[in-house]
Design a protein around this ligand. Structure first.
Ligand SMILES: *[C@@H]1O[C@H](CO)[C@@H](O)[C@H](O)[C@H]1NC(C)=O
Ligand SMILES: *[C@@H]1O[C@H](CO)[C@@H](O)[C@H](O)[C@H]1NC(C)=O
Ligand SMILES: *[C@@H]1O[C@H](CO)[C@@H](O)[C@H](O)[C@H]1NC(C)=O
Length: 550
């Protein structure tokens, strides 16, 4: 079976009507969960990027597009050149001279304000095959807008008016094998559409496989979409008349994993070296059934510490349940270059939504999918900054995880609240970046950056390992699609382990090696676009190399 992946979180019952209320500082409410010790390092990159990092996407120039929303007051960064946004439809500040989007340059560790014209709150995005960001929807005057952002030196947002057929607030995007983006769902939208393709008839109704009012996470496998809807899961294909081709058993426990009981999910690494492709999904955390009703009464129930793992390519798939070291609501799950999963951000009690989370979980947790059951989780070193509702995390090319955002308030509230609006940007370096590993860390020599590769192409990857001898079975070559992350969900995230030959020493140079790898043989496995190629040696990844597959 061929495969590709996507995920998302859509939110149906937003706590929009609850709005903000006075916070009572009860003893114990401010508890933060962290275990001392653990691997990895935290670095504070920026004391303020001026906005809260609610949505993040890395582009192929090693810059990250970040945005929050236009309708919650003035941010802490002004627009350049005296520019202001004069928007008569705006709900809060009609003439706003502050920015609600920035570009973060990873290499120079600097921030540049960008100008969005309409509201991008809780929206979705995806990177097109040529490398530009397509962002869709939002709220109010932005709910049907399509915006694009080119990865160039000084580019800014370009807005294309009403590019969507339906309003898309909390939708999910994914790139398809034909290079188009599918835009799925959104609040009260049980349908999907495509970009580019603005024709009204290009609207499909898809949610046959459940009748509940909540939608959660979706994944694509080939042109098949794997959808977890509240507690039910189904797989459907749009190529055969939108039919549901498979249904999966509900996850044991009967708890919701979607907003406001927000958990997170990934498709585990897809190993293309196997004779037949297997695809597994891992869903972790969330809040027990009934939690959201309780936060109204200021009762913050402990979150879920369980993960469910299911091999969706099995003939009769079933869930395997595992227990995390911490309960976690609103975690992010990020695939690392070596195929491990980092579970980061979130809280230990309460739910997603305004003012509803408690007990921030400061320790990330590593999950190693291939180690024996019972020994897969490892606690990492804690941050000092709570990352609650509206926080994000993404993988960078150098293997660090960029962490930003957190804002459980309807405005920028820096004081007088339990978890202030968070403008700080941090990076978490997993233990694989420790200098202790530098003598076994590979460095890619070729292919050169941004090389174009075709499907099924056999390509030599050349790399050096400075110190110790190479351990042949410790080598893997992986390709990662950088995600659009928001609301604990990394859209379009995928990691492919490439099929490879034996590693050989390059003649005359004992620390330089080469290995023949085969690119994914179809767009179903890897939709066209930019990926980060990594060589891993004993779980220590090289820096990534941007490659373009088409
Ligand atoms: C806002 O930015 C200024 C510098 O421009 C900084 O001193 C201040 O701490 C920032 N506020 C917050 C809440 O980060
Ligand atoms: C904003 O736009 C409105 C409507 O176009 C106009 O009447 C108003 O003068 C503008 N305000 C500023 C400060 O530019
Ligand atoms: C946040 O700030 C706004 C505007 O300053 C204020 O109206 C609101 O009450 C504050 N929210 C909380 C939860 O304190």
């Amino acid at each position: 079976m061929k495969s590709s992946s996507t995920t998302t979180i859509t939110n149906f019952i937003h706590s929009f009507f609850i709005l903000w209320f006075l916070i009572i500082f009860l003893a114990g409410q401010n508890l933060q969960i962290h275990a001392a010790g653990g691997g990895g390092q935290w670095v504070l990159l920026q004391k303020s990027i001026g906005i809260t990092a609610m949505h993040m996407q890395l582009l192929n120039n090693d810059r990250v597009v970040i945005f929050d929303r236009t309708d919650f007051g003035e941010s802490n960064i002004t627009l350049p050149d005296g520019k202001c946004r004069n928007d008569t439809f705006e709900l809060v500040v009609k003439n706003d001279c502050t920015a609600h989007s920035v570009e973060y340059d990873v290499v120079s560790n600097s921030v540049r304000p960008l100008m969005v014209q309409t509201d991008v709150w809780c929206s979705s995005g995806v990177v097109a095959p040529d490398g530009h960001l397509i962002q869709t929807g939002g709220f109010n005057d932005g709910e049907r807008v399509v915006r694009t952002f080119q990865p160039c030196g000084n580019c800014d947002w370009v807005e294309r008016g009403l590019g969507l057929v339906n309003r898309r607030w909390y939708a999910t995007n994914h790139i398809l094998p034909d290079g188009r983006a599918i835009v799925i769902g959104g609040r009260r939208q049980f349908n999907y559409e495509f970009i580019p393709n603005p024709l009204p008839q290009n609207l499909h109704f898809l949610f046959h496989c459940y009748a509940k009012q909540m939608i959660q996470m979706r994944r694509t496998i080939s042109t098949l979409l794997f959808t977890l809807m509240w507690m039910e899961t189904c797989l459907f294909t749009r190529t055969i008349n939108n039919i549901v081709v498979r249904s999966y058993p509900p996850m044991p426990g009967g708890h919701p994993r979607n907003y406001p009981s927000t958990g997170s999910s990934v498709i585990l690494p897809l190993n293309l070296g196997q004779p037949s492709l297997e695809a597994e999904i891992l869903i972790c955390g969330g809040a027990p059934r009934g939690s959201f009703a309780q936060v109204g009464a200021k009762k913050y129930i402990r979150g879920l510490d369980s993960c469910g793992r299911i091999k969706i390519t099995d003939n009769s798939p079933s869930w395997i349940m595992e227990t995390m070291p911490f309960a976690r609501v609103m975690g992010d799950m990020i695939l690392l270059p070596n195929g491990h999963v980092l579970i980061i951000n979130g809280v230990g009690a309460g739910t997603a939504g305004w003012e509803d989370g408690r007990n921030p979980v400061l320790n990330p947790v590593l999950y190693r999918p291939n180690t024996p059951f019972g020994s897969r989780f490892e606690i990492q070193k804690p941050s000092t900054i709570p990352r609650v509702y509206h926080s994000t995390a993404i993988l960078l090319r150098d293997g660090r995880i960029l962490v930003g955002g957190s804002n459980p308030h309807i405005y920028y509230n820096f004081t007088g609240v339990l978890y202030p609006t968070e403008l700080r940007l941090e990076a978490f370096s997993p233990t694989y970046l420790d200098s202790l590993s530098s003598n076994i860390r590979p460095r890619i020599i070729s292919p050169p950056p941004k090389v174009r590769l075709t499907y099924g192409q056999r390509s030599i990857v050349r790399f050096s390992i400075p110190g110790a001898a190479l351990v042949e079975i410790g080598i893997s070559v992986t390709m990662v699609a950088p995600s659009f992350t928001t609301h604990s969900f990394a859209m379009n995230q995928r990691l492919l382990v490439l099929s490879r030959g034996k590693t050989t020493v390059v003649a005359g140079n004992p620390s330089t090696y080469q290995v023949l790898v085969t690119m994914p043989n179809s767009a179903n496995l890897a939709p066209p676009g930019y990926y980060l190629l990594f060589v891993n040696h004993q779980d220590i990844p090289s820096e990534g190399m941007w490659v373009r597959i088409q």
